[in-house]
Design a protein around this ligand. Structure first.
Ligand code: 4NP
Length: 163
């Protein structure tokens, strides 16, 4: 008789998608760009079936709107389509998503306040630029009140960070 094989130490359930939520303040500039870039990279890698990807804002001012036209034009110029419609973060996001990725410290603090009032949160909160090889854990700067350069900089930062 052969001994049974030992069970693997870890298993990955390929039937279950990895759910990722990008978060900024308004959900019209940074997090739509992160969502668009990551969706594009996942598609290029042939991994679309393994991910659920979304974005939202900590604020509700722009709920229902498409991404800011300046962010969309920047994305277009790099071959990335931004199709998201802005929405505010909600309680169910913390039980649905595996990873929630805020763009800056202010977003992170707001999400931590939200999650501290819940008892069934499963999401891991990680700052977006934890994954930036050049400046780990810095903020993704808010481009909303600045010039065109700011949107291009957000693109470059998020292109590295979503890689
Ligand atoms: P986002 O940028 O957080 O990257 O979407 C902003 C969009 C709108 C405002 C601020 C930041 N706002 O004040 O309306």
């Amino acid at each position: 008789m052969h001994a049974n094989k030992p069970a693997p130490l870890t298993t990955f359930n390929f039937m279950q998608k990895l759910r990722i939520l990008f978060v900024c303040l308004g959900n019209i500039c940074r997090s739509p760009m992160a969502e668009g870039l990551f969706t594009h990279k996942v598609s290029e890698a042939g991994l679309t079936d393994f991910f659920e990807i979304d974005s939202c804002g900590t604020g509700a001012w722009h709920a229902g709107e498409r991404a800011d036209v300046r962010m969309r034009e920047t994305a277009d110029s790099h071959g990335i389509a931004l199709t998201s419609i802005a929405r505010q973060v909600q309680t169910t996001d913390f039980s649905r998503f595996d990873y929630i990725l805020p763009m800056d410290d202010s977003n992170l603090i707001n999400l931590q306040r939200f999650v501290s009032r819940m008892n069934n949160a499963k999401a891991t909160l990680v700052k977006m630029r934890f994954f930036d090889s050049e400046q780990p854990n810095a903020d993704v700067p808010d481009p909303y009140y600045g010039g065109a350069d700011g949107f291009e900089e957000v693109y470059r930062i998020l292109d590295r960070s979503t890689q």
